[in-house]
Design a protein around this ligand. Sequence first.
Ligand code: PMM
Length: 266
Amino acid sequence: MGVVNVTPDSFSDGGRWDDHASAVAHGRELLEHGADILDIGGESTRPGATRPLVAEELDRVVPVIADLAAAGAVVSVDTMRAEVAAAALDAGATIVNDVSGGLADPGMLEVIAGSRATYVAMHWRAHAHHMTQFTSYRDGVVAGVCRELEARLEALVEAGVPESRVVLDPGLGFAKTTEQNWELLAGLAQLQALGRPVLVGASRKAFLGQLLAGPDGVRAVDQREHAGVALAVLLAERGVWALRVHDVRATADALAVWQRLTQEQG
Ligand code: PMM
């Protein structure tokens, strides 16, 4: 899953594709580089970010989704808002990637239930401006995330969304400390045991920058690519359904090697 952030302020690539033409061109390039899905978002979720107005978010994403879906891409919309999800589905998106797992907007579950969309429910506890205050997990982060995602799954089913349409995501970096991100990655099998496909978004995140910190401090966002690619291969090996990444060509190349060798081994 290649990331197209149509935002002025995303931590990883904010401001680079925030006009229509460059966002569409970027999406097309990611497809050429091997992305199977384009994840198009108009709201930055970086720690401390303020939310755009609904109208702003709609203006940012809907025209880009329409163009890329018309070009044949499988499109996912990265939104926490029911209204944006509904408009995106009308414009040709087939996946709704909701970093709040339906908690941010009470209307989201109804929109998903009334559609045929695949729904990515990410683990989330609070909006970006204060999420760093919510990193306490009484019996460990892995158990906490699994329990809270299981509750989202139950709420979705209760709202009329078939379980078969739901993908789960541990939400790396969202109300997690650096250490907790690694614990979650190590304990991914427990999340997979809930029986749903798992998507992971680790690309360029701060915990990788911290791992690679040198005398000049944390490794810069645009210099975390190799670590992200290594992690992508390890996660593919563990059966993750999708990887949400910025560096699509490098990731797709690495996965091609992994796939070829896996095939050879039978
Ligand atoms: N991370 C970001 C945004 N959307 N969606 C899912 N499903 N999982 C993630 O981990 C995730 C996400 C934040 O990263 P960005 O600013 O690079 O888009």
